[in-house]
Design a protein around this ligand. Sequence first.
Ligand SMILES: NC(=O)c1ccc[n+]([C@@H]2O[C@H](COP(=O)([O-])OP(=O)(O)OC[C@H]3O[C@@H](n4cnc5c(N)ncnc54)[C@H](O)[C@@H]3O)[C@@H](O)[C@H]2O)c1
Ligand SMILES: O=C(O)C[C@H](O)C(=O)O
Length: 326
Amino acid sequence: MKAPVRVAVTGAAGQISYSLLFRIAAGEMLGADQPVILQMLEITPALGALKGVAMELDDCAFPLLAGMVCTDDANVAFKDADYALLVGARPRGPGMERKDLLEANAAIFSAQGKAINDHASRAIKILVVGNPANTNALIAQRNAPDIDPRQFTAMTRLDHNRAMTQLAQKTGTTINDVTKLTIWGNHSSTQYPDIHHTGVDGKDAISLIDQAWYENDFIPTVQQRGAAIIDARGASSAASAANAAIFHMRDWALGTPDGDWTSMAVYSDGSYGIQEGLIYSFPCTCKDGDWQIVQGVELNDFSKAKMKATEEELQKERDAVSHLLP
Ligand SMILES: NC(=O)c1ccc[n+]([C@@H]2O[C@H](COP(=O)([O-])OP(=O)(O)OC[C@H]3O[C@@H](n4cnc5c(N)ncnc54)[C@H](O)[C@@H]3O)[C@@H](O)[C@H]2O)c1
Ligand SMILES: O=C(O)C[C@H](O)C(=O)O
């Protein structure tokens, strides 16, 4: 058996965490041979509820669960953490855009960035789920100057999974037939789900669908899926968000399959002309615990315009929180 690793999860008594924690403890994120210590952070009033979650984790008798910490102190939660899933933040309600949460949530991520900087393992891998996820990741990253910016990522895997399913359903296939789909940009309604390089059962996706469906149906459906879930459920996505977080971290830690890529919002190095330093979703492959942006993807004018629009939104979000960016 390997030595346990420390996994910090914030918002641990919230609805996403109620799916997430149990799957991490079951080994679905880091593998069936990797024991974990869960370091769970909540706000003080939610510590009672968090205790109940910890009791249920105990009652699962997970063989891989090597320890638990429940705390309202970020310095304790991130102490020596090897992985951090930053979920704790307010969700949006009906009629809101995710960026409307910026004011309510941004301060959380500057404080947590500092705590990560001061206490976490230098090799920590961080996934930001709390919305607006890309800009919250940027805030945390800029407040952690001693940690490599490549270690801060934000979640567009839920969008990626949503897009795979929409395409599979349209083409009468399954997600097992879909490869090389890309979500570019922001986890928001400007994101660009790109299927120009996607394969469906060995064929080019773009040859199987018509442009009108792609532009007027597929893209808006994926962009608006979070809002559609809120309308249907009366609360934002939780189990599917937790699932996407598991997939994102699992691929980062254990690798993406050969011949495919995934979508991750990562620190832009200027690839594809996207401004350096933004946390922008790119096609990525992962190997040996590291990610790379896939290079050489050809872009037509349609794609370039969509990628620019979502980049501009991220620049605006960044400028709106400039007071939190040292
Ligand atoms: N990136 C994505 O794809 C994606 C998908 C779904 C939801 N989300 C976002 O994830 C976030 C959480 O969603 P949820 O449904 O679990 O919300 P929730 O309200 O059920 O849970 C959030 C939890 O965070 C806690 N919290 C608040 N401030 C905190 C802090 N400073 N430190 C630690 N914990 C804190 C709250 O007490 C609460 O228990 C929301 O911002 C939501 O919009 C993102
Ligand atoms: O849409 C939301 O606000 C929640 C989440 O970001 C989602 O995409 O489901």
